[in-house]
Ligand binder design. Structure first.
Ligand SMILES: Nc1ncnc2c1ncn2[C@@H]1O[C@H](COP(=O)(O)OP(=O)(O)OP(=O)(O)O)[C@@H](O)[C@H]1O
Ligand SMILES: Nc1ncnc2c1ncn2[C@@H]1O[C@H](COP(=O)(O)OP(=O)(O)OP(=O)(O)O)[C@@H](O)[C@H]1O
Ligand SMILES: [Mg+2]
Ligand SMILES: [Mg+2]
Lengths: 225, 225
């Protein structure tokens, strides 16, 4: 469902050029439960931002659900992303002026889902991530790990085909992280949702069926091959 | 060096009242290397914000280096904090318009340390946290874990007596996290700096001499007693 061929990316600012990805080729199939691991600065976030269509400045080829994302229009790509991809940012990126409920519901508003169904799904997913009763709070009224779980709930609630999560358990204690992971494992098995996690968490790496290890912008190891 | 007696804290906003700490009494001695553990939402960040003097809205007593912090003036408390406490925020809180070098150097400017010495210490501490050569970058040009390490470098560079770190290794791979921890362990042994970490990282818990576990705003376990 996601292929990259010789993916390269460098960030240029002023005289500084940082090569973040040096030619990453990978083939991820529908229904995979795959971890992207590697040291701090190895290119995990850069990789996820590109394969999700968020970052369009790169060299090489990226194919998403059979479409070459450099060849389709911006609006077709953002419609595809809204309808098929759930994304969890490393820094959560919750909208501060919206409540927890409004943050989680937002994508379903764009998809014209009826109010009753939206409300039902928001309450159910918040309950699943352990945040029952937190609907009316604002992000600034939450702990770090609570904000992180709202970000995960938001990515899952619209039933996407693909969930890309950047460090989804970094601020969670092991019990909370474990139950979150179990929930995502069930979605993967029951609904065949493809999961790709960037992570340092050894629990996620152990639970993943496949692990791709990045090092200095290259694939160091891929236990699928 | 830090005592709390029956520390209570609740956040009130509109009709919602959240009791974050329900009477925490703890005595932390100079030179300790102590972890504060506990589930997401158990009160770790709230506790660190109060004992560092950042949050002055609480009930109960807090004594910092022999002074009752509710009885001293705001300016005396903020001078004390600047000269004696290094703080690592859970969300790093780097200043976006300053470079890495300027972010780390900032406190030493307030302490009127000479330019040559400031520059030397910044280069040395960035090297120690594995970010040699990143001096001129801005926070937005760094990975998550790189920003986190800048936040740790900033807390340590002014040689404080007490370092309070909220989840200092959450976005670091285990090797980078381990070397950071080792560096902090050496500062603790060689300079008798008191370290208090809020953490979910089992490596930090194993390395700590003392662990206080919070649960729902109370002390669940303290292996010092
Ligand atoms: N500004 C705030 N307004 C209202 N409630 C808050 C605020 N900050 C924290 N809380 C609540 O207080 C409780 C304790 O929060 P705290 O941030 O101290 O937990 P924590 O142990 O640091 O959690 P985590 O491991 O997720 O960072 C939580 O239930 C949280 O929702
Ligand atoms: N906006 C940017 N401008 C310049 N350089 C950047 C930018 N974002 C990332 N980089 C650099 O690109 C490299 C890869 O960064 P990336 O964020 O993908 O790493 P990562 O594997 O996600 O790290 P972490 O585990 O610390 O989150 C790093 O060296 C980083 O400094
Ligand atoms: Mg990252
Ligand atoms: Mg916290």
């Amino acid at each position: 469902v996601i292929q990259t061929k010789n993916l390269k990316k460098s960030y240029v600012s002023g005289e500084i050029e940082t090569i973040a990805l040096k030619g990453v080729s990978v083939d991820i199939k529908r229904g995979e439960f795959t971890a992207i691991a590697g040291p701090s600065g190895s290119g995990k976030t850069t990789f996820l931002n590109i394969i999700s269509g968020l970052d369009s400045q790169f060299q090489g080829e990226v194919t998403l659900a059979g479409k070459n994302i450099t060849k389709i229009s911006k609006s077709e790509l953002s419609d595809f992303r809204r309808d098929h991809i759930g994304f969890v940012f490393q820094s959560y990126n919750l909208i501060p002026v919206l409540t927890v409920e409004e943050n989680v519901e937002y994508i379903m508003l764009l998809q014209n889902i009826k109010k009753e169904e939206r409300k039902e799904r928001v309450i159910s997913i918040l309950n699943e991530v352990g945040l029952k009763g937190f609907e009316k709070r604002f992000p600034s009224q939450l702990s770090g790990g609570q904000q992180q779980r709202v970000a995960v709930a938001r990515a899952i609630v619209s039933n996407p085909d693909i969930i890309l999560a950047d460090e989804p358990t970094a601020n969670l204690d092991s019990k909370t992280g474990e139950s979150l992971l179990e929930m995502m494992g069930m979605l993967n098995v029951e609904k065949n949702i493809t999961f790709i996690f960037s992570t340092h968490d050894e629990k996620i790496m152990r639970k993943s069926k496949r692990m791709i290890v990045l090092k200095d912008g290259e694939i160091f190891q891929d236990n699928n091959q």
